[in-house]
Design a protein around this ligand. Sequence first.
Ligand SMILES: Nc1ncnc2c1ncn2[C@@H]1O[C@H](COP(=O)(O)OP(=O)(O)O)[C@@H](O)[C@H]1O
Ligand SMILES: [Mg+2]
Length: 273
Amino acid sequence: MKMGELVSAGDRAEIFTYGSGTLVKLFRKEISSRHIQREANNTMTAKAYGLPVPAVKDIIHFNGREGIVMEHIQGPTITNILRKSPHKIKTYAQKFAQVQADLHSISVTDFPSQREFMEKTILNSLGRLGHDTTETILKLFKDLPDADRVCHNDFHQENIIFSKNGPVILDWQEALRGNPIADVVHAVLVQEHPVPAPILKTSSYYFQLHNKYRKLFAKFYLQEYMKLTNTSSGQIRDWLIPVAATRLFTKVSMEEKDWTEKYIRKQLGALAT
Ligand SMILES: Nc1ncnc2c1ncn2[C@@H]1O[C@H](COP(=O)(O)OP(=O)(O)O)[C@@H](O)[C@H]1O
Ligand SMILES: [Mg+2]
């Protein structure tokens, strides 16, 4: 079969249409087979739990690269929708919360342990945060309750497609089994970290406006999630520092790591007073 049109190009992979009703997520050469296999396995496991995810069809090799062939879900992401209709921010932030709350209602046994993942990644931030701060964060983390819910661990606006059959969740590379509040805090941090505006790139006013808009989405989303799941703001607060610390190690940019480090130090300062 031939590669079709380019649908999306990210840091880790390019997505091409591939045959009828299918596309291929073709990973860059430097992404290991083990990671690709894990993403395919996670997606299939999520499907087996009855979650709304694309069906995985095959793994292929193309010009020295590996790709996952999967069902092509038709429809816009939340980013696509809000770019056209920014006034729908509250509606879609609430839908985003609902999709995640539904996901979090599922207990699982198959995904990797969030507890092990978080402990390992917090320890990996030692070089940046120093021994004492890392120890403090590990201690905060160890007091938090474990759980066995499915956590997507990269839940953001572009990983959900609103198809005519309902929302479909993409990109299962990082999925874990654990406490859903960590997944929520992760989504809030992604949304709160300032990013360049998609248009009017040289305007600092527009940059500020764009990022205020993203924060407003996070606020509506979090309010709705807490309401749907009966989660308190104290429960959310407890996870902020440990989850932020895991973002110092994962695939985020150097700029985001610097922002996250400042965020952690500010939160730790607030704890101490
Ligand atoms: N199965 C799919 N059906 C439709 N669009 C998809 C599908 N998989 C990926 N895409 C599109 O490609 C984008 C990037 O795919 P994703 O799996 O999230 O890769 P990345 O790891 O680069 O974030 C998505 O935001 C979506 O727009
Ligand atoms: Mg993605």
